[in-house]
Design a protein around this ligand. Structure first.
Ligand code: C2E
Ligand code: MG
Ligand code: MG
Length: 609
């Protein structure tokens, strides 16, 4: 029976002897031999001092003995490798010198307790000879000789890789791998914690919910790599915009959330959200391709709008939908009525799918006036959703959803057919032939067979292709010009007109425009709004008209509301105007009476007879 020093494993005592009571019980290694055994038996049967010596020298963990004074009296080669000291240098060294300064008190405590007979296990940082640190799991066991504790045995295991793996697992469980932002899990944890703090200190919290408008279109048209790149840029912008104490999280897809802690007043949240809209809604350059970004933000406050993370997020989400309903780039606080309307995504999806089938979609029409002849030359078809409970819903709140859930194709086809049918009906009533312009989503243009859809709609209403003009926004054109231009060429061959909508809001260059088979350019209403007073806008409008004309494009000014705007546009040679000055978009019957009475407004007869 070994008595002294390593490698006695002296604390293993024959069962039944008086000792510190430490007894080793385990299962036999042979799975077919499950009987319980005593270490004592093993000791006597198989392991002798030489075996223990072998174990000691070859054990992959650092194994050592400490004197009652805490100095190392034996150390195996693995400990030398782990600590970076040679075995010689380890002997007589105080064990505490192997611990990082912050862990020394803990090591002392563990040592004292082991010396008092209680085995100890601790996670510590070991200070290596080269002053680097390594995470170890340290086990200290009383070393018993002659029925008394003669020192302490130690096992030091390098757990740095395991801890790194564990931390990585925890990180991955709590972060979004693409942006590195906290995920929904972590945000909810932080919200829970923040709610407890806010409850204690009687402060408030702000929870913001936002998504990127038309992200799906960008993702589908530019490819997922660019989509991911865009999400990364937005995540960076968000990170930069928030205070240090706040948490930004990616909640999935293009949804992001922000937790604002220690909020004194709701205005603080409003101010922050408005700043955020501005910070995010700047164009993004994706490897030379400029993409515009916009978002809508909804916010819910603790404790006013919810008492737990789930309720707060849900209400901020509802508020975001209300913000979307108000148009692009808007912010809304949650209001109780929003809950009643229950604008959940699922509800909307279901509703929109049903809307097409149940005939809840309608088209309104807004006329375009030729400034040279003072004649109505076209109407733009604008889709609306006549919701049985919510009333008229505008396209800003459902076109993107239709794109996302993959029904923009059928919605767009319905719009094309209805618009063509309407023009046919007006013609049959004797209306002077006018064109109809229909807005199309880039996803329609990408889809195979779109040309056939257009041709069919025209043929069904016996209209010549020149009656139809397709409007595509400048932004969506720029998103994937190469694919789109193939689609546009085919449509052009069919003979339909093509216009760029909302011109000026995208970032197209002239060289790009030249490559496209377009014939009309519609200047966005944001440039028309303040002319002729605003000199910058006036200069932009002037230059745009000149540029368009040099490329043989017709120019339509959108959103015209005053005669001053008309005079200036006329003077600059703008071809057509559209806007509330003429009339708001009207239902077909109202549009018909507008046609009948437009002469009274100084507008040329739109009727042939
Ligand atoms: P848009 O094609 O630029 O249509 C003009 C928008 O400006 C319409 O909004 C119209 O009501 C509004 N508007 C017209 N005159 C004035 C004015 O004087 N002042 C102001 N402030 N606004 C004016 P609406 O109908 O809400 O449509 C918004 C957008 O939704 C459209 O912008 C178009 O991009 C899209 N959209 C509409 N119908 C369809 C459709 O059938 N398919 C697709 N893909 N998009 C559509
Ligand atoms: Mg349009
Ligand atoms: Mg427009």
């Amino acid at each position: 029976m070994p008595r002294r020093g390593w490698p006695g494993i002296a604390y293993i005592q024959p069962v039944g002897t008086r000792s510190s009571g430490i007894r080793c019980r385990g299962r036999a290694a042979d799975p077919g031999h499950h009987q319980q055994y005593d270490c004592t038996k093993l000791q006597s049967e198989a392991l002798n001092r030489r075996n223990f010596n072998t174990l000691f020298w070859h054990h992959p963990d650092g194994v050592f003995s400490l004197s009652p004074g805490g100095r190392i009296t034996a150390a195996n080669p693995a400990l030398a490798v782990l600590t970076g000291y040679g075995i010689e240098a380890l002997l007589t060294r105080p064990a505490v010198s192997l611990a990082a300064a912050a862990d020394v008190p803990e090591l002392r405590r563990a040592f004292r307790q082991a010396l008092a007979g209680a085995p100890q296990t601790r996670d510590l940082n070991c200070l290596r000879a080269d002053s680097t640190q390594v995470e170890v799991q340290l086990t200290l066991l009383p070393q018993i000789a002659d029925d008394r504790i003669a020192g302490v045995h130690g096992i030091m295991r390098d757990v740095s890789q395991r801890r790194r793996d564990e931390r990585r697992i925890v990180y991955l469980a709590n972060h979004d791998p693409l942006t590195g932002l906290p995920n929904r899990n972590l945000l909810q944890d932080r919200m829970q914690h923040a709610i407890e703090q806010a409850h204690r200190h009687r402060t408030r919290l702000g929870v913001l919910f936002m998504d990127l408008n038309r992200f799906k279109v960008i993702n589908d048209s530019l490819g997922h790599d660019k989509g991911d790149q865009l999400l990364g840029v937005v995540a960076d912008r968000l990170r930069k915009a928030v205070r240090e104490a706040d948490t930004v999280a990616r909640l999935g897809g293009d949804d992001f959330g922000v937790l604002m802690e220690d909020v004194k007043h709701a205005d603080q949240v409003r101010l922050f959200a408005t700043g955020l809209l501005e910070a995010i809604c700047k164009p993004v350059d994706l490897d030379g391709q400029t993409v515009s970004v916009s978002t809508s933000i909804g916010a819910a406050m603790y404790p006013d709008d919810g008492a737990d993370p789930g309720a707060l997020l849900k209400h901020a989400d509802l508020a975001m939908y209300a913000a979307k309903d108000a148009g692009l780039g808007q912010f809304r606080f949650y209001e109780a009525e929003m809950n009643v309307r229950a604008l959940s995504q699922l509800w909307r999806e279901h509703g929109l799918r049903r809307a097409i089938a149940d005939g809840e979609l309608v088209l309104h029409y807004q006329p375009r006036l030729d400034l040279a002849t003072n004649r109505l030359v076209a109407v733009e078809a604008l889709v609306r959703w006549e919701h049985p409970e919510r009333g008229l819903i505008y396209p800003a709140s459902f076109i993107e959803l239709a794109e996302e859930i993959g029904i923009i194709g059928s919605l767009g086809e319905w719009v094309l057919q209805s618009a063509c049918r309407q023009i046919r009906a007006w013609r049959d009533l004797g209306l002077h032939p006018i064109k109809v312009s229909v807005n199309v989503s880039p996803l329609q243009l990408y889809s195979e067979g779109f040309c056939d859809v257009v041709a069919r709609a025209l043929a069904q209403s016996s209209l010549e292709p020149g009656t139809l003009e397709l409007e595509i926004t400048e932004n969506s054109l720029m998103e994937n010009i190469d694919t789109i231009s193939i689609g546009l060429d085919a449509l052009r061959r069919l003979g339909v007109g093509m216009s760029i909508d909302d011109f000026g809001t995208g970032y197209s260059s002239l060289s790009y425009l030249k490559r496209l088979p377009i014939d009309t350019l519609k200047i966005d209403k944001s440039f028309i709004k303040d002319i002729p007073g605003d000199e910058d806008d006036a200069a932009i409008v002037r230059a745009t008209i000149a540029m368009a004309h040099s490329m043989q494009l017709r120019v339509v000014a959108e959103g015209v509301t005053t005669f001053d705007q008309v005079w200036m546009l006329k003077a600059e040679g703008c071809d057509e105007i559209q806007g509330y000055l003429l009339c708001q978009p009207l239902a077909p019957a109202e549009m018909e009476s507008y046609f009948r009475t437009c002469a009274l407004r100084g507008i040329q007869y739109a009727w042939a007879h």
